[in-house]
Design a protein around this ligand. Sequence first.
Ligand SMILES: [Zn+2]
Length: 123
Amino acid sequence: MTKTHQGYSISTNDKGEQVFTFVQGNAYQGSPTNQTINSGGEARTTAHEIAHGLGLPHIFTGVPAVVLNTLENKDNLLNSDANSGEGMTPATGTKLLPAQIDVMKKVIESVQPEKTNNDKPEQ
Ligand SMILES: [Zn+2]
């Protein structure tokens, strides 16, 4: 399943005004190998897409539900501007909760090759 992230890159123009540039990224959820992640070059979007690749869903479409779609989680990295919950946008946060880290660890472990006796360090 492809997860698309919609967000904004914020920069300042030569008049000192903030400029919001639309950024869209995408990644396959739970597929950390053999894929290209698009992020428009924006750091938060890159981290967000990598987190999808490592198995995390959005907080508002949580399958599996890892984080509740509530205001205290508005600043979560897996929130996005596609969140229709009241007060849940703009999504600019970068927090990850321990339960999310656990999901990513399990996906990373799932793609590790089986260890064999040949992998043991020399004694
Ligand atoms: Zn996303």
